[in-house]
Design a protein around this ligand. Structure first.
Ligand SMILES: Nc1nc2c(c(=O)[nH]1)N=C([C@H](O)[C@H](O)COP(=O)(O)OP(=O)(O)OP(=O)(O)O)CN2
Ligand SMILES: [Zn+2]
Length: 147
C-alpha cells in the first residue's frame, strides 16, 4: 500500500477519485545543469492522480481505476522514459523527462483519454514523487466546470 499525504485540490465537483500507482523507470537528463542525472539511472516513481466530476458512467464509475493504471503504469513501467519519443521528443522544451515534464505529460495523457468519455471527468492534479526527497505537483491552469 502506498502511504503518502497528498495536497488537496479545492474544486466544485461532487465526486473526487484518487488513484495511486508506482512504476519503475529509467531516465537521463542530457543537459549540462543536470549533473549526475545526465547519466542513465532508475527510479521507483510514486504517482497519484486526482479525477473529479459530477456524473458517473453506466457502471457507476467516474473513471475505472484500472483504466488510469493502464494509461500510466501500462505505458511507462520498466521502460526508459527518454525512449518514448512521442511523449519526450528529441528536441524542444518537452524533450527531458524531468519530474515536472513527466507530471504534465501524465496529465495530458489522462485528460486526452477522459475527453473521450461522454460524462467528461476532469484530471485536477498529478503528483509525481521521483525520489524519497523530491516530488512535483502539476495542476492544469484552470478547469471550467462546463468545459
Ligand atoms: N527541478 C528538478 N530538479 C531535478 C530533477 C528534476 O526532475 N526536476 N531531477 C534530478 C535527478 O533526475 C535526480 O533523479 C533527482 O535528484 P535529487 O532529488 O537531487 O536526488 P537525490 O537522491 O540525490 O536527493 P537528496 O535529497 O540529495 O538525497 C535532479 N534535479
Ligand atoms: Zn532521475
Amino acid at each position: 500500500m502506498i502511504q503518502q499525504i497528498y495536497p488537496q485540490v479545492i474544486h466544485p465537483y461532487q465526486y473526487e477519485l484518487n488513484k495511486d500507482m508506482h512504476l519503475s523507470a529509467a531516465h537521463y537528463i542530457p543537459h549540462e545543469d543536470a549533473g549526475k542525472c545526465r547519466e542513465l539511472h532508475g527510479h521507483t516513481y510514486f504517482i497519484n492522480v486526482t479525477i473529479a466530476g459530477d456524473d458517473l458512467d453506466k457502471s457507476g464509475f467516474l473513471v475505472n481505476f484500472k483504466q488510469l493504471k493502464n494509461l500510466v503504469h501500462g505505458k511507462f513501467d520498466h521502460t526508459v522514459l527518454n525512449d518514448h519519443l512521442e511523449v519526450f521528443p528529441k528536441d524542444g522544451p518537452d524533450s527531458f523527462p524531468t519530474t515536472e515534464v513527466v507530471a504534465r505529460k501524465i496529465y495530458e495523457i489522462i485528460q486526452n483519454d477522459l475527453d473521450q468519455l461522454p460524462h467528461k471527468p476532469k484530471c485536477l492534479q498529478v503528483f509525481v514523487r521521483e525520489t524519497p526527497t523530491s516530488y512535483v505537483v502539476y495542476r492544469p491552469k484552470q478547469v471550467k466546470k462546463n468545459d
